[in-house]
Write a protein that binds this ligand. Sequence first.
Ligand code: C5P
Length: 229
Amino acid sequence: MTADPRLIIPLDLPTVDEARAMVERLGDSVSFYKIGLELLATGGMGLAGELKAQGKQVFLDWKLHDIGATVERSARVLAGAGCDLLTVHAEPQVMRSAVLARGASDLKILAVTVLTSLTDADLAEMGYAFGARDLVERRIRQAIDCGVDGVVSSPHEAALAREIAGPDFLVVTPGVRSDWSAKNDQARAATPADALRAGASHLVCGRPITAATDPREAALKVIAEMAGV
Ligand code: C5P
């Protein structure tokens, strides 16, 4: 069995050395990696270049959120790094700037609609007139209008995103847990097959694989569950 390009492994490890060792252990079972803020702050962009040189796909989870001019300049630098996916917050000014900056590069822009840690009460406290589900829907529509390539969404919102955006939009879902794996802190998890059936184009699945005694074997188990869906 070979890697499934729809499976993205987050390298949520404290150091680049540990992330590199995990990539080595996973070998050819994984072709797509996500690098998040912790690693980006400690040499993650260098690791991104190494992974690209090995022929892997790289998702830079920067979650950019700043004035348009700064987002545009930052996204232009990141587009030049030759990576595949970049996250930005789903505000129209931010999304438009990132789309402008990636230009004709291969970089795809993903919008983070509403962080899944935010409840309706949190949003009200922040001054939003919408609850989480309504705000997610509004921001999916704005993401499409801004020319963004896809969204990050919980498996439970994947169907909504797919229904609104149609077949070509990227819908990347974290919160993926097989029946055999611990849920950790993912309160609203879905199995790999259910997330794909709901409309996900890509799955982000971390600790069930990276914290397993044999990460490669765990990755192959998840890939087997994705097969045919
Ligand atoms: O280990 P686990 O599978 O829970 O990792 C999920 C990854 O997806 C982590 O990198 C986490 O930060 C990220 N993520 C998430 N939920 C979101 C957005 C991102 O779990 N709503």
